[in-house]
Design a protein around this ligand. Sequence first.
Ligand code: ADP
Length: 479
Amino acid sequence: MKVLSVASEIYPLIKTGGLADVAGALPIALAAHGVETKTLIPGYPAVMKAVKKPKKVHEFPDLLGEHANLLQASHEGLELLILDIPALYLRTGGPYLDSLGRDYPDNWKRFAALSKAGAEFAAGAVAGFQPDLVHVHDWQAALTPVYMRYAEAPEVPSLITIHNIAFQGQFGGELFASLGLPSHAWHEALEYYGTISYLKSGLMTAHALSTVSPSYAEEILTPEFGMGLEGVIASRSADLYGIVNGIDADVWNPARDTLLPATYSATQLKKRERNRRAMVERFGLHDDDGPIFCVISRLTWQKGLDLLHEVVHDIVRGGGKLAILGSGDGGIEATLQAAASQNPGRVAMVLGYDEDLSHLMQAGSDIILVPSRFEPCGLTQLYALRYGCVPLVARTGGLADTIIDANEAALAAGVATGVQFAPVTAEALRRAIQRTMRLYRDERLWPQLQKQGMKSDVSWTRSGATYAELYQRLVSKGL
Ligand code: ADP
């Protein structure tokens, strides 16, 4: 089967979050099931710089008013189609924000062009690769099924995956005229309380919808988690699937991770000590034997990290330490930086994004904190499982689906892999931290938790097979 995937980021070329990890790992997992994927991505500077010998395979003389070249290249096992429009993508900032952290004012056009190119590709624009199915990710690619619906071309089944419903691609209604869609598309798909919603329109027009965990698939049917789109999703619930993400088990493998001072397996947990020492040094923490809690995250309200400063005292008083890697909301950054300066040697923070350091932290910390208010799947807790770093997570979305709480029954059965808490309040988080500290001091139970986590199957094997089955069902269903 041939699949076109459309995504605005892909690991290892360009990444701001979990979407990139999935877009990069899924094609490789699917290859084992006979699925051949090409991924369409924008030609950002990082992409243009990294790919070798791109070959021009198509030209769009007028893609929403822009001249575009479509380049084909292979990169680390991925087959890429790169939409090269220098005026839209060759910019110094990030994929969505400029260097001052502001949305690019023409994001509507940047991602409409990506989506339109995807639809033209689905309609057979590039000789020799006619996809059997189109899989698009998040709002940035959500117009692809819309353009496909209104194109005069044979229908190809489409699947849209929601990685985070908080990001919907909402723009002023006046832009509708610039999207090159027929006027009836306004009411049928795009209109959202007088504005345009890219995500909503994709959810209305794709043949199937999925999100990245079974729990989140249920949660987004409710007003609390649906972020205004719960009604749209409910109207499509017969076509909604929840498939949990896997991780790239080669990139995240403590036994072979070249970024670590010491590699280790589940039977060599003592070797984590060297990583722990490297981490203690890197963060300037005291070298004593209390547990090291870590946070590797966007510092946002979604991630519940506005609560973190309220529990710093509990971690420190219990003899623990806290190492934070992240950036995001200015207010949260400031409270955590204040906590670090008030607790030298006990709390430390590295502001920014550092993939290499994140590996060391997973291998050197004892506990990772993921107190998210909502979490479609979450990846950091999966890396943590694999690295013997015990996840302490909010009981929501993919966190609830992937971590087994160390309650008495689960401990007795030997199946626990972490600690869950609810609701997401400072008080519940505080109690979970205290419970985790008690477990940490139990010399028998703690390694059992670590080992059980390391045994969890967090690879793409199972989810890759589930996606392959879904693709097959959509293709053979007939439209
Ligand atoms: P989200 O996509 O909502 O940000 P996920 O847990 O699904 O959350 O994925 C986040 C990804 O980004 C993980 O791979 C995580 O390790 C990584 N990450 C987040 N913040 C940082 C950071 N400051 N430095 C390095 N990696 C980070």
